[in-house]
Structure formats: structure tokens, C-alpha cells
Design a protein around this ligand. Sequence first.
Ligand code: 8YV
Length: 315
Amino acid sequence: MTQRLPDAVEDYLRKQLGARLSPDDSGLNRAELEAAICNHDIILATITDRFDAELLAMAERTVKLIANFGTGVDHIDLAAAQALGIMVTNTPDALTEATAELALLLMLTAARRGGEGERELRSGQWAGWRPTHMMGMGLAGRTLGLVGFGRIAQCFGLKAQALGMNVRYYSRRPFVADNPGRLVAERVDTLAELAASSDVLSLHVPGGQATHHLIDANILSVMKPHSILVNTARGPVVDEAALAHALEEGVIGAAALDVYEREPTVNPRLLRSERSVFLPHMGSATIEARTAMGFQATRNIEAFLRGEAPPNRVA
Ligand code: 8YV
């Protein structure tokens, strides 16, 4: 295990599987990761462990399974793992509710200027109630555009629908496999059309080459001037320099981000946008989700050890 996990997960892994725990929570540097993959059959990894082709090649004869703690696997070169016969699994179900809740938090906070209001109060600047103070954007009757329509998008869509929002989505997938059935969402043919018609545009696509800078200056330019861009997916899906420019020029109203292009570094130009909200990649950070993620990863490991196909194999 490359990082500390919730107690219940660590206890189980240590007692049932004899796992070696990472001594602290700082993650492994490149040399430590190299040492880890050359000395273990199974690595329970997180997003901070970057498994590129070069690193995986070193692990060819030792590591047999990388059980990722998390859904996104863009930090692992899946093609290289596949070619080397290293299996990779993820935890797709465990964090759906938690991440959808965080998207809701980001959307509401940006729309109702919660960050600005709290900063004003904490800094002692609040001058008292007045009719025109901190007026934000109401969400009932507004349109939420979902980019991608997987589990998290649909879960968030349902929560937004409960606020009275109209939900639309853009997805390359031809049909919806796992719509819970209660969500009424209109499919839109192009990303530009979705961006142009949404008051809130929320990203729910995987990271990686295929979605790199999907939200660029062109897409931002067709968004409404008061609109909010929510990102709980992956930082590189958005061209951060183009986003900073769009916020500076009033092309869009606010950004509400949980993920960044070069985590943990955040483009300082973004932070000048008072209406925007910035969180430190905490979409799945509930005790429920992080524990469930740990046990979902554990089930993948146990299936592998029994010689069965792990339920969440991605390579
Ligand atoms: C995790 C995430 O915290 O699952 C994902 O894709 O982004 C986060 O919820 C992270 O991946 C941990 O490895």
C-alpha cells in the first residue's frame, strides 16, 4: 500500500492479507515507487503513483497486479501494463455518491457566492445585511449540462433535478446503460451546443489523451457570460490557461474546481477569480466512500489471489 488508508481497510489488509503499509501519508517518490514495484507482487496504488511505461518495464517480473484505489486510471499507462502482462483494477462504484455530492457543493457554492461570503465574514469585512449584498444566481429553472454521462454524471444530474434544474448531456456513448431511470436528461449532439445552452457545465469524463483540453478557448467562448464550469473529473480536461483568460475577461462567470492540470500546483491566475471556488481534490473524501474504495480494491486483490478474474479489471 503506497499511502495510508482508512483504519478498517488497513486492519483488514494487514490481518487477512499480510499487507505492508506505507509508513506515512506523503506518498512514494520515484525511487521509492521503483523499489516498491520491484519487491511486491501486488501494489495497492493511488492517483499520486505515476506508473509510466518506463517504470512498468522495471516491474515486469515482479508486480502482477496494480489494484488502484480510485476510479480514474490516467496515472497508469494501461497499454504498457497490458503489454507487460500486469493486471490493473479500479474502484468504479464506491465513490459515485461522494463525488456527485461534491459537484453539487461546488455548483451551489459558486452560484450562491458561498466562498466569497465566507471570506468576507472571516476577514471581518461584513458590513451587515443589505438588499443588494452578495446576490448570486438561483439554480431552479436553470440548465445543467453534463459532459459525459457515466455513473457520477447521472447521480449528480438527479440531485440537480431535485433542485429544479433542467438536465442535458453530451456523451459519445450511443446509449445510456446505467441511467437510474428517474433522471430526465436530454442528449445533445455536440459539446459546443451543450456548452452554449448551459448555465452550469459539469465535467464527468475520464482523464487521459482522449479528453486532454476538451474544454479549450473555443468551448469557453460559446459559454454564457454568467455560466459556471464545474470540474470534479480530471484537471487536464480543461486548458487552465484558457480558463484563467476566460475568467479574467468575463467570458464565463465562475469556475468551481476540485482538480487541476498540475496537482498540487494551482495556476495563481485562477485564484484571482473571487466568484470561483477551488477545492483540493476531495471528491471522494468521505469516510464512507474511502472505506468502500478500500474494500472494493481489496475484493479485486482477493479475486486475483484466488486465481479468479477481478471484478473491476481495466487492463
Ligand atoms: C481518488 C479520484 O481520491 O477515483 C478517482 O478517480 O479522482 C479520487 O476520487 C483518487 O483517484 C485516489 O487514487
